[in-house]
Design a protein around this ligand. Structure first.
Ligand code: GDP
Length: 366
């Protein structure tokens, strides 16, 4: 499954957010409720109103949402790249996630100590990023010597890896994250960059943790973060972890009232989960029948056999073809039979790139 790592300096609200995230109604309503994989890893249901519409048409007994994982990665302090705090463990944990959710403290509260003694989210972001860049720099400098030797020996792999390493090294030496390369990287170069597994090449989402009173509007701090994020091509979400912690305790109805009173349209966590999904470039396809309507997660660009493989490896191995109905056709025409009659059920083969919202039925050999 896909994993987002929650990082940030101590006392910015990471645990509060993580706990709310994994206790939220969306996670509990799922047939796969939040489950603790490891102490700091939780799976959450991805909220998607399309499931309800499909289930109504297919007369499904159950709705099973798709899920993504969040990992609470504690222990970052200034000097982590030199092993301070839980430095090495921290960096190893980040290496294992697909994307980074970076929580920044944008609330004032004299009772809660800030490790640097002042509220300055952009500077906090730089502190964390510096540790990640130092770690990447060390890792590249160590590896590039070997690669340079192999590349002169006409090692084919080394000759493709070396230019990517050099580009990364140049950015890091200039104090910039490797993520900048993602903005206009050629599709064939992406796997080479990913293979380097650098911390600063992972996509980032900044979460501005604000006071209750600023949740709907943001504040001066969130504006400076938004500006910084835009320069990096990163996304931001403004959330009040304190509000989310309360909402997570309420029933759906109570939560709605509570959010209305704060002029909020939906729980911030729903926005966060969707943003995480977008950050990872994930899309959803559906399977539907009387037993269940179910959502499945794939990376954008995945072809039908690999998409089928998410359900079961046998589906991929024995893949023959896929009956595909676009979400809008499925719902407006009133289901599979009607879609077939209207000529809207397509028969797709091995090269079909699955689209967001497709309602799929796979045919396969066992
Ligand atoms: P972590 O160290 O980043 O995991 O931070 P915690 O989630 O443990 O939060 C540190 C402290 O800040 C706790 O006492 C939280 O209750 C408090 N806190 C977290 N979010 C907010 C917030 O949005 N507003 C206020 N006033 N306090 C918060």
């Amino acid at each position: 499954g896909f994993k987002c790592g929650i990082v940030g300096l101590p006392n910015v609200g990471k645990s509060t957010l993580f706990n709310a995230l994994t206790k939220t109604a969306a996670a509990q309503a799922a047939n796969y409720p939040f489950c603790t994989i490891e102490p700091n890893t939780g799976e959450v249901a991805v909220p998607d109103p399309r499931m309800k519409a499909i289930a109504a048409v297919a007369k499904s007994q159950n709705i099973i949402p798709t899920r993504i994982s969040f990992v609470d990665i504690a222990g970052l302090v200034r000097g982590a790249s030199k092993g301070e705090g839980l430095g090495n463990q921290f960096l190893a944990n980040i290496r294992e996630v697909d994307a980074i959710v970076h929580v920044l403290r944008c609330f004032e509260d004299d009772d809660i100590t800030h490790v640097e003694g002042r509220i300055d989210p952009v500077s906090d972001a730089e502190t964390v990023e510096t540790e990640l860049m130092l770690s990447d720099l060390e890792s590249i400098e160590r590896r590039i010597v070997q690669i340079r030797k192999r590349a002169t020996g006409k090692d084919k792999e080394a000759t493709t890896v070396l230019p990517m390493m050099e580009k990364s090294l140049e950015l890091l030496q200039a104090g910039k994250p490797v993520r900048i390369l993602l903005k206009d990287i050629a599709p064939e170069d992406l796997p080479i960059l990913q293979e380097l597994n650098l911390l600063t090449s992972k996509p980032v989402l900044y979460v501005c943790n604000v006071a209750e009173s600023d949740a709907a509007t943001g504040n001066a701090h969130t504006e400076t973060v938004a500006k910084m994020a835009a320069e990096q091509g990163a996304e931001t979400v403004t959330i009040s972890a304190a509000i989310e912690a309360e909402v997570a305790q309420l029933s759906d109805e109570e939560a709605k009232e509570f959010l209305d009173a704060l002029s909020l349209e939906e729980p911030g966590l729903d926005r966060l989960i969707r943003a995480g999904y977008k950050l990872l470039d994930l899309i959803t396809y559906f399977t539907a029948g009387p037993k269940e309507t179910r959502a499945w997660t794939i990376q954008r660009g995945t072809k039908a056999p690999q998409a089928a493989g998410v359900i079961h490896t046998d589906f991929e191995r024995g893949f023959i073809r896929a009956q595909t109905i676009a979400y809008n056709d499925y719902v407006t025409l009133g289901g599979e039979v009607a879609a077939k009659e209207a000529g809207k059920a397509r028969d797709e083969g091995k090269e079909y790139v699955v689209q967001d919202g497709d309602v799929m039925l796979f045919r396969f050999n066992t």
